[in-house]
Write a protein that binds this ligand. Structure first.
Ligand SMILES: CC/C=C\C=C\CC(=O)SCCNC(=O)CCNC(=O)[C@H](O)C(C)(C)COP(=O)(O)OP(=O)(O)OC[C@H]1O[C@@H](n2cnc3c(N)ncnc32)[C@H](O)[C@@H]1OP(=O)(O)O
Length: 310
């Protein structure tokens, strides 16, 4: 099975395998986190693609307080960056992420400040809302986000990936909605987004209520991920190839597609259609439509078109 996956990845990418390999090497963050970040390494492996790597490998990319803050800063910056059209998120080291940093969460979540129950509760609520924003920024970012998971993706990791637009993983990946095991109901996105990602409500309930591990093959068959790769190198090459496909298309079309897909997920068909009509009454006026249609008539890839920055 593995060799089939590797062969198909190599066959598919044969034309561009060498440049992609070089770009994958460029994605590796041997230099550590990128200042001012202390938990994230940011790179630009190919044109218009931003790579965000969770970078605390010695702690299995456990999400400490700095991480919860830095993701918001990072994605707010990416949202405004006209040179970025698509984002790839991955994890450094042995595994994608071990979820919340259990050593670091105590002060924020378990020892809340406040003079009485009302004030303590008020502060806890604010903290939870702040943590939720760490992954909601991914969804609010108009640039599509491809997440590449290898090894463990635990607790907060599932919250993170369900806010991404495309999920890919390695054959050795596993996913765990771990929160009930540590005595809490997941509160930063999994319970809200996972049911919209996986078709089976029963499977969602099972995973969230039992904290059992979901391995790559079942992640694929259930729809949590759309592709499984043999190993991390093939995964990163696949993620980069996909990011390149997206980045090569009109940013007006791509970002409008992301925003409308998310809007439609959360609204009725009638509301979604209405929003779409309002959206495209201005966006259809872009020069990108004419340029893309012309390239299509000439049997040219949209990747040959120089689109204006957005
Ligand atoms: C408001 C609330 C918001 C969010 C809430 C989110 C909830 C969650 O995320 S629940 C999930 C919590 N996470 C876990 O329970 C996972 C714990 N870790 C593991 O199970 C394993 O580490 C592993 C991920 C399966 C990886 O195993 P392995 O490769 O064997 O590494 P280890 O030797 O276990 O760990 C290496 C190193 O990392 C430290 N570490 C691992 N996980 C965490 C963590 N979650 N928090 C803090 N530190 C972690 C571990 O202690 C080791 O450190 P050393 O200094 O080397 O001892």
């Amino acid at each position: 099975m593995l060799s089939v996956i590797v062969r198909s990845a190599l066959t598919k990418y044969r034309g561009s395998w060498l440049p992609i390999q070089a770009a994958v090497r460029a994605m590796s963050s041997s230099g550590g986190p990128t200042p001012p970040y202390t938990t994230l390494a940011i790179s630009h492996p190919t044109e218009s693609v931003t790579h965000v790597e969770l970078h605390r490998p010695e702690k299995r990319n456990a999400m400490n307080k700095a991480f919860w803050r830095e993701m918001v800063e990072c994605f707010n910056e990416i949202a405004e960056d006209p040179d970025c059209r698509v984002v790839v998120v991955s994890g450094a080291g042995k595994t994608f992420t071990a979820g919340i940093d259990l050593m670091d969460m105590a002060s924020d979540v378990l020892q809340p400040q406040g003079d009485d129950v009302a004030r303590i509760s008020w502060n806890i609520r604010k903290t939870i809302a702040r943590y939720q924003e760490t992954f909601s920024v991914i969804e609010k970012c108009p640039k599509p986000v491809v997440v590449a998971v290898h090894g463990a993706c635990v607790g907060g990791g599932v919250d993170l990936i369900t806010a991404c637009d495309i999920r890919l993983c390695t054959q050795d990946a596993w996913f765990q909605v771990k929160e009930v095991d540590i005595g809490l109901a997941a509160d930063v996105g999994t319970l809200q987004r996972l049911p919209k990602v996986i078709g089976s409500r029963s499977l969602v309930n099972e995973l969230a209520l039992t904290a059992r591990k979901l391995y790559a093959d079942e992640a694929k068959s259930s729809g949590l991920v759309s592709r499984v790769f043999a190993d991390k190198e093939a995964l990163m090459a696949g993620a980069l190839e996909m990011a390149g496909e997206i980045a090569g298309r009109s940013p007006v079309a791509v970002q409008g597609t992301k925003i409308n897909l998310i809007y439609s997920r959360d609204h009725s068909v009638a509301e979604g259609l209405d929003y779409m009509a309002t959206w495209n009454m201005s966006m259809l006026q872009t020069q990108d439509v004419m340029k893309s249609a012309q390239a299509s008539m000439e049997k040219q890839s949209p990747k040959t078109i120089a689109f204006s920055k957005l």
